[in-house]
Design a binder for this molecule. Structure first.
Ligand code: ACM
Length: 272
């Protein structure tokens, strides 16, 4: 299976221009699955909910229709981050999977980072997997990487490839954590980050690039630069993520001791 990512800087608050760029870059791409960054059309910084809503879209909707056409024309599935507007008044920081046959899956970011808490409703989709061309796929969005429970939940439901649209601002952190998540769950991990910088009022962000794909043994199979636009595709064997043995006698999922982890589902108790 050919999997990859497209690393770039979206046009700030201009989904239509960004989408045209994406269509130019990805039309005819020779791959099975390409992952784009978090909030791949709009950029990341917003002053308030009103400004965020101006770049939001329903899913399915006109933007997912454009991705559907791109997927059908190129025979490739895409995962992209967007501001999803539901029928009520919620805005979600979502990751959308679209396959060439028009199948759509939507994951809504569970763990909101910093000012996202002012703009978005925390995701309610839970962590789920689905099948595409014989591989079990799961999705997370950016800050979710710091919660190992999220990736573990996907691995326990059979995920072989975790797609991770991101807008990372802390240099180097996620390249380490997602590599660890690959090792501890023995899965492929596509970290699709963005580049560039943005300013909104007093707030500025520089995005750290360095998208990467890691394998079930934790090897870094490909990694990108901090600043360049890059479309990267590599060939992998998703079945390798079925092998959960890290030694002859150690299966990373079956060796778990859930009876000793009951505290994991309790709220954090601060020590006074
Ligand atoms: C992030 O979750 N975009 C840092």
């Amino acid at each position: 299976m050919k999997i990859g990512y497209y690393q770039y800087a979206p046009e700030f608050h201009d989904p239509e221009t960004t989408l045209k760029r994406i269509e130019r870059a990805l039309t005819g791409v020779e791959a099975d699955l390409i992952v784009l960054p978090e909030l791949a059309l709009s950029g990341y910084l917003f002053a308030d909910r009103q400004e965020t809503a101006a770049c939001a879209e329903p899913v399915p909707g006109p933007v997912s229709d454009r991705f559907s056409r791109l997927a059908a024309d190129s025979g490739c599935a895409f995962v992209y981050g967007c501001i999803e507007q539901d029928g009520a008044d919620n805005l979600y920081n979502s990751s959308v999977f679209i396959s060439p046959d028009g199948t759509i899956h939507v994951y809504r970011k569970a763990h909101l980072f910093n000012r996202e808490k002012l703009l978005f409703t925390p995701g309610d989709s839970g962590f789920f997997t689905f099948s595409f061309r014989g591989a079990a796929i799961g999705m997370l969005v950016c800050f979710d990487h710091l919660f190992p429970e999220a990736a573990r939940t996907l691995a326990l439901s059979g995920a072989q490839i975790i797609c991770h649209p991101s807008n990372l601002v802390l240099p180097g952190t996620a390249q380490i954590t997602t590599r660890s998540r690959s090792i501890e769950n023995r899965v492929y991990w596509i970290l699709a980050n963005r580049t560039g910088s943005e300013t909104s009022g007093p707030v500025s962000c520089t995005y750290t690039g360095k998208s990467q794909i890691t394998g079930p043994d934790g090897s870094v199979l490909t990694s990108s630069s901090e600043e360049d636009e890059e479309l990267v595709v590599i060939e992998v064997d998703p079945a390798a993520a079925h092998d959960k043995f890290i030694s002859k006698r150690n299966h990373v999922l079956k060796d778990r001791r859930p009876e000793l982890y009951t505290g994991i589902s309790l709220p954090y108790r601060e020590v006074q």
